[in-house]
Design a protein around this ligand. Structure first.
Ligand code: MN
Length: 705
């Protein structure tokens, strides 16, 4: 275990102004609280945080980060608390340690590739400060370096996590060496055979061709010397994992793989980068399509370098990267370069990317003008517009900030959203409008037969959920319209002595250019289409005769010439409805609707029943119907209602208020109209009016027929 003075010396090398006393205090505190704990290897546990701190000194990080590394497992694994750590080491360290603890507590049970990106985002979202991720990466690096002492199954799980989440995260932060080492350590666990065989091939190659790296490095040096360019040249075989990945991607065997060696030219100036490039391209043939100038177009994480691939006499390709010393530092340290110290002050590498700017590019939702404010402190809010939650299986679901359990449910599947009855967040039942937070696990309770409520529209934030709820509500409406349309069609077809069979309706739908009979019924029900139109289409011979001319014959079929008739006051049937006649002594025939309750008393007197039908064709608009209408008590509403009825070419013959509340009026309106279809059109028009709360046909069973 590195002792405290050695650790301080490591920091002092790059930061002479380090607060050595505070590091000593953290070291002593960490040692004390981890007392009696041991690693799988048998070493004292505290050797791990110290090693993590040492890794971070290689990146020349500030005191707060080094102290955080020493304390990073205290809150999680010892009796130390957030408030104690904050009291002893200040708020900055307290926040950082707390941040690392939160990441440690995440259950990364699922490491499917499609989930990995979400996990990485979750990491960023949960870290208010990028240094939290730097510590977490160093923590993982040390754990991977010492993975041998872990149980076998645990090794595989940690290695997969490392490959899927941590290594790409290091890459995204621009820390190439960290990415490569993590990949190699994980590869060693996950596929030792492949790794060994690649290493063996390199050894064989070296035996056959000699030290290729040395030879090419010397060649490049010679060429640069000739051109009087002062530069360092490094060469190396590529890492087994990146060779293996290339073999997989290109489906090539090792021997057919080119550019397994990489070379780096580190120059003194940017101008020399381009001069060196000219020298290389003059001496060796450039491979088309492989030249990239990341100096004039740096990557968002600050990476700058020229890349080119050239082929030598033997046709073997080698990749050459050309950059300055400062560019090289950024390429190795990545975003961490921003915090690096050199001789006691912030290194101020001109190519180090401002982490705030970097994050802004990553999330692309931060105003350009806010950057200076970000620079002030290194606290960062990443993915502020998103929230990441876990499924019960441990998958991560990405949602916009403000999302509720309903949004979550719809993001899993529309069927789950539609049948949601309640939700549990972290095991506790919560209302459906609860706003979800990062890292929470969500469990949706569903029930068959549950339908989306109109109020859900207000609860959800995602477009997907909104659209699904609206669609479902619309379908429910449509169901109602279809039912209504079917009744309407049945009555009207009966009226002309036909049957509204599915086949007939389907034919009509086709002739009218509609999708199918359901579409036709829905249109009938919503008054987009009239029954008359349907009948005209199907049976032109029936309707042509009458046309728009009102039939002046007596409206009823089945009455004797001498028989008088009137419509029953109780049910007020209209043409188009199924009816029956009842004879009354001295009163002729009274016409009832077939479903009129008054008929019940007459069931035992069949001799008084007369079969009646309305005449086909157009009737005079003289059949009064009572409508029970509830409207809001606002200026002009009643006038609008009357206009609406008039527009439907119906006549209001009486109007009476039944109830007056401060907000609503209820009234009975007597409307003279033509037939059932006419009635339906009027009711549909009224229902569509926003100030009409309710409209129904009023029938008074107590009234004498
Ligand atoms: Mn640790």
């Amino acid at each position: 275990m590195i002792d405290v003075e050695d650790l301080i010396a490591l920091v002092h090398n790059y930061n002479p102004r380090t607060n050595a006393d505070l590091i000593r205090k953290a070291y002593a505190y960490g040692m004390r609280v981890h007392e009696g704990q041991f690693r799988h290897s048998g070493e004292p546990y505290f050797s791990h945080p110290v090693a993590v701190a040492a890794i971070l000194t290689e990146q020349r990080l500030d005191d707060a980060t080094i102290i955080t590394a020493l304390l990073h497992d205290t809150i999680e694994d010892t009796k130390a608390t957030y408030s104690e750590v904050t009291a002893l080491f200040g708020e900055e360290v307290g926040e950082l340690v707390d941040g690392v603890t939160k990441l440690t507590n995440l259950q990364l049970s699922s490491t499917q590739s499609k989930q990995a990106e979400n996990f990485r985002k979750l990491f960023m979202a949960m870290s208010k400060d990028l240094r939290v991720i730097l510590v977490k990466l160093a923590d993982r690096l040390h754990n991977m370096r010492t993975i041998k002492s872990m149980r076998h199954e645990k090794q595989a799980q940690k290695a997969r996590e490392t490959m899927e989440i941590y290594a790409p995260l290091a890459g995204r932060m621009g820390m190439q060496w960290m990415r490569e080492e993590l990949e190699d350590l994980a590869f060693r666990v996950l596929n030792p055979e492949a790794r060994n065989s690649i290493i063996r091939r390199f050894i064989t190659l070296q035996r056959e061709a000699g030290d290729v790296v040395y030879k090419i490095t010397a060649d490049i040096r010679t060429e640069l010397d000739k051109a009087e360019i002062d530069a360092d040249v490094y060469g190396r075989a590529k890492k087994p994992y990146s060779v293996w990945r290339k073999m997989q991607e290109k489906e090539l065997s090792f021997s057919r793989l080119s550019d397994i060696y990489g070379f780096r030219i580190i120059t003194r100036s940017e101008a020399d980068c381009y001069r060196a490039l000219g020298v290389i391209h003059q001496r060796w043939r450039a491979v088309p399509g492989r030249f990239k100038d990341h100096i004039s177009q740096p990557k968002t994480n600050g990476y700058r370098s020229i890349h080119t691939t050239v082929s030598g006499r033997d046709g073997k390709r080698v990749e050459v990267q050309i950059r300055t010393r400062q560019m090289h530092e950024v390429a190795e340290a990545g975003v961490a370069a921003h915090w690096s110290y050199r001789e006691g002050v912030r290194a101020n590498n001109p190519f180090a990317v401002d982490p705030a700017r970097w994050v802004a590019r990553l999330t692309e939702n931060i105003d350009e003008d806010d950057h200076d404010e970000f620079m002030e402190n290194v606290r960062l809010e990443m993915y502020t517009d998103q929230v990441f939650c876990f499924t019960p299986k441990g998958d991560v679901v990405q949602l916009p900030r403000g999302a509720t359990p309903l949004d979550y449910a719809y993001s899993i599947h529309t069927r789950i959203g539609n049948s949601t009855v309640s939700a549990k967040v972290d095991g506790i039942r919560v209302p459906l409008w609860t706003r979800l937070k990062n890292g929470q696990s969500v469990d949706i309770i569903t029930a068959e037969g549950q339908r989306p409520q109109a109020s859900w529209i207000e609860i959800v934030t995602t477009g997907r959920a909104k659209a699904a709820i609206r669609r479902s509500l619309r379908e429910e409406d449509r169901g109602r319209f279809v039912k209504l349309g079917r009744e309407l069609a049945r009555g009207a077809f009966d009226h002309v002595g036909r049957k509204a069979t599915d086949k007939a309706l389907r034919t009509a739908a086709r002739m009218l250019g509609l999708a199918d009979e359901i579409d036709l019924l829905a249109r009938l029900g919503s008054a987009e289409l009239t029954v008359r139109r349907v009948l005209e289409t199907l049976y032109p011979e029936l309707t042509q005769a009458s046309g728009d001319v009102v039939d002046s014959r007596r409206p009823l079929v089945g009455l004797g010439d001498d028989q008088s008739f009137r419509r029953a006051e109780c049910c007020l049937p209209v043409p188009g409805e199924r009816i029956v006649g009842i004879t009354y002594r001295g009163q002729g025939v009274v016409v009832h609707a077939i479903d009129c309750p008054a008929l019940e008393e007459l069931e035992d007197q069949p001799e008084r029943w007369v079969d009646l039908n309305w005449h086909a064709g157009r009737h005079a608009p003289v059949n009064t119907v009572k409508l029970d209408v509830t409207i809001s008590n606002d200026a002009g509403v009643l006038g609008r209602i009357c206009t609406l009825i008039g527009e439907q070419k119906a006549n209001i013959s009486d109007l009476q208020f039944v109830d007056r509340k401060p907000d609503f009026y209820r009234l009975l309106i007597d409307v003279d109209l033509r037939d059932l279809e006419h009635l339906h059109m009027i009711m549909t028009a009224l229902e569509a009016e926003t100030d009409v709360a309710e409209v129904s046909r009023h029938r008074d069973a107590r009234r004498k027929p």
